[in-house]
Design a protein around this ligand. Structure first.
Ligand SMILES: [Zn+2]
Length: 272
């Protein structure tokens, strides 16, 4: 399944389309099916949608983001995160894109500078203020993720709100004026109080809760004992790679990062 992004609908339209329809932050799935998404004619939805945005084509089918006030008959709303665990990539990456475009649309109806209603620009994903000219694009918030390692151990932590028993790599948002590398050093120091070196870029993933771009690194421990940050880190510890706690699912970059690091430290080829 290859995805080709576009702002303007391609011609001719495909007879059926992937319709990523949302009520708030919840994805609509057909009642009749056990959590499945199938291509549907977009005409089935668009009359009742309060916002609609073309996204591009996935496997030669049009993709639309559609915002509803309530689920139409025969459909139910499920949390996007639950759907993502079920469907996997790349369908859910496009669903994540749809969620972010709809969230941007919802949050930029009025100019943040002068309060004038914003208008959609036809040829790019942006809203412009006719009063003062301010242009608002979908917001992307970079966040770093750091998996700290020491010998054959990984430093994993829990934040309040994680599923029970789950530990993950450290993560935090990049501050204005900060590089990703500076962010890794600062967040690791703040969250667990240790020093790291030998940062290695691992990969990145768009994370639509609500508009993060996760940028993942591995980092080697060089000093300091773990001191969990009050309020942010519920628990943090070194775990031997053969005795890990529950970790995030493989579809998340945290899940990939930890599984690949374990394979690397064991000298196995990466899981990919
Ligand atoms: Zn304005």
């Amino acid at each position: 399944m290859s995805f080709v992004p576009a702002v303007l609908p391609m011609h001719p339209p495909t007879p059926t389309a992937w319709c990523f329809a949302f009520v708030g932050k919840q994805l609509l799935v057909p009642d009749a099916l056990e959590l499945a998404l199938l291509p549907h004619p977009v005409t089935l939805f668009e009359a009742r949608a309060h916002s609609r945005h073309y996204l591009g084509r996935l496997s030669d089918l049009d993709c639309w983001a559609l915002g509803f006030d309530e689920a139409p008959a025969g459909w139910r709303a499920v949390p996007l995160r639950a759907a993502m665990t079920q469907f996997g990539s790349p369908l859910m990456m496009v669903a994540g894109r749809a969620a972010q475009v709809l969230e941007w649309d919802r949050a930029h109806r009025f100019c943040g500078a002068c309060g004038t209603p914003m208008v959609l620009l036809p040829h790019e994903r942006a809203r412009r203020c006719p009063g003062c000219g301010l242009v608002a694009y979908p917001r992307v918030s970079p966040a770093m993720m750091a998996l700290v390692w020491r010998g054959r151990e990984l430093l994993l932590a829990r934040s309040p709100g994680y599923a029970p028993g789950v530990f993950s790599a450290l993560a935090g948002f990049v501050e204005a004026g900060e590089s990703l590398e500076e962010c890794v050093h600062r967040e690791v120091a703040e969250e667990v109080g240790v020093k790291v070196a030998n940062l290695r870029y691992y990969g990145s993933q768009s994370w639509p809760f609500p508009h993060s771009l996760m940028v993942a690194y591995t980092a080697e421990w060089v000093g300091g004992e773990i001191v969990p940050q009050a309020d942010e880190i519920e628990a943090a510890a070194w775990f031997a790679i053969d005795d890990l706690p529950a970790i995030p699912p493989p579809f998340s970059i945290a899940g990939h990062l930890i599984r690949d690091a374990v394979a690397n430290l064991r000298g196995e080829p990466a899981a990919g």
